[in-house]
Ligand binder design. Structure first.
Ligand code: AMP
Ligand code: MG
Length: 328
C-alpha cells in the first residue's frame, strides 16, 4: 500500500510518499522564509500555492510511483495556521477527487509521534514535541494521545525566533542561536518557568533582552537561554516518564534538531534507565512523510472522510482525535 501525505500547517509545504513497510519512498518540501520579521500566514500560504504542484510531481517522480498506485491521500487537518492549512487541504482534496482516492485527515502532533514510533520501534514512548508554534509533552493513555504538559504562552521555537529577530537576525532563529551558544561561557540568571507540567517562555524573553541592555554578549545570551529553556523541557519530560511509568522518550519538532536539547534529554533518559530516540532532522521538522505514514495507519483503521467534511481545524487538540490503530 502506498499513501501520499500533504503537510502545510505552518511555514513548510511538504509532500511525502510512504508504503506499508514504513519505507519513505519520497519526501519533497520547501520552507517559507520571510525576508524580514516573523511568518505572515497569508504570505506563507502563497508560498505553498506556488510550491505544491511542483512538489507533488517531484515526490511522485522520486518515489517512482504513478498516481494509480497511490491508494489514499492524507493531509494535516490541524493544528496550524488557517491559510496554510487550507492551502494544503485544497491540494489534498484536488488529488483525492482527480485520482478518485480516499481522503484521510491527520493530526499534525500525532503524526510527529507516529513517525518517531515507527522509526525507533519504541511502542509506547513519551513525545517531547518542541517546534515553532507547539511545545507539548504527549503520551498515550486510555484510548487517546494525551497532552501531559505544554507551554502556557508561546512555543519554544517562536520564542527563539523572536529573540533572534530582536537581536537583528532573520528567521529561523533556533539554528543561529545554537551556533552562537557554542561560544557562550557565562550562565546568565533567567526565569525558570515550570508550573507543574507546563512551561512558559515570555518572561525569559523580557529578561534576556534586559541582560542585553546591560551589555551581555550574544553567545552568553544564547547559551543561557538554551541551558535554561531546555532544562525546563527536560524536567517536564522526565516527570511525564516517571508518572506515566513509560520507558522511552522520542523527540519531534524543529527545535528537536538542536544538539544540546538532544544531549540533555538523552542524559536524563539514560540516567533513569529509559531509551531516547530522536528522528533524523528531516523527519523532526514538519514533513509530508509523517502525514503519509499516520494517514496510512488511519486509513487502514477506516478513518477516510468525504471532501464535504474535510474542513481544516486550526485549533485541533491532540487529545480530541481518535487513534484506533493504537487501541487495537
Ligand atoms: P517546526 O515548527 O517544527 O517546523 O520547527 C521550526 C522551529 O524550529 C523554528 O522556530 C526554528 O527556529 C526551530 N529550530 C530549527 N532548528 C533548530 C535548532 N538547531 N535549534 C533550535 N531550534 C531550531
Ligand atoms: Mg511540527
Amino acid at each position: 500500500m502506498v499513501v501520499l501525505g500533504i503537510e502545510s500547517t505552518a511555514h513548510t509545504a511538504s509532500v511525502g510518499i510512504v508504503d506499508d513497510a514504513a519505507r519513505i519512498l519520497a519526501l519533497a518540501g520547501d520552507m517559507y522564509r520571510p525576508p524580514a520579521g516573523g511568518i505572515h500566514p497569508r504570505e506563507a500560504a502563497n508560498h505553498h500555492v506556488d510550491w505544491f504542484p511542483g512538489l507533488v510531481e517531484r515526490a511522485l517522480a522520486d518515489a517512482k510511483v504513478s498516481p494509480r498506485e497511490v491508494e489514499a491521500v492524507a493531509f494535516a487537518q490541524g493544528p496550524g495556521l488557517g491559510p496554510c492549512l487550507r492551502t494544503g487541504a485544497t491540494v489534498a482534496r484536488t488529488l483525492s477527487l482527480l485520482w478518485r482516492r480516499p481522503l484521510v485527515p491527520v493530526n499534525h502532533c500525532v503524526a510527529h509521534i507516529e513517525i518517531a514510533r515507527v522509526l525507533s520501534g519504541l511502542d509506547d514512548p513519551v513525545l517531547l514535541y518542541a517546534s515553532g508554534g507547539n511545545t507539548q509533552v504527549i503520551a498515550y493513555g486510555s484510548g487517546r494521545y494525551r497532552v501531559l504538559g505544554e507551554t502556557i504562552d508561546v512555543g519554544i521555537g517562536n520564542f527563539l525566533d523572536k529573540l533572534w529577530l530582536s537581536l537583528g537576525g532573520t528567521f529561523p532563529g533556533g539554528p543561529a542561536l545554537e551556533r552562537a551558544a557554542l561560544e557562550g561561557v557565562e550562565l546568565l540568571p533567567l526565569p525558570y518557568s515550570v508550573h507543574g507540567m507546563d512551561v512558559a517562555f515570555s518572561g525569559m524573553l523580557t529578561s534576556v533582552l534586559a541582560h542585553r541592555q546591560r551589555g551581555a554578549s550574544v553567545p552568553d545570551m544564547a547559551y543561557s537561554v538554551e541551558a535554561t529553556a531546555y532544562s525546563m523541557l527536560t524536567e517536564v519530560t522526565e516527570r511525564a516518564l516517571a508518572h506515566r511509568r513509560k520507558g522511552s522518550v522520542v523527540l519531534g519538532g524543529g527545535v528537536a534538531c538542536n544538539e544540546r536539547l538532544r544531549r540533555m534529554v538523552r542524559e536524563m533518559a539514560e540516567g533513569r534507565g529509559a531509551t531516547m530516540f530522536a528522528p533524523p532532522k528531516s523527519l523532526c521538522v514538519d514533513n509530508g512523510a509523517m502525514i503519509a505514514w499516520t494517514g496510512l495507519r488511519a486509513f487502514r483503521s477506516g478513518l477516510a472522510i468525504p471532501v464535504e467534511r474535510s474542513q481544516v481545524q486550526p485549533r485541533q487538540r491532540t487529545d480530541l482525535v481518535t487513534t484506533p490503530w493504537r487501541d487495537a
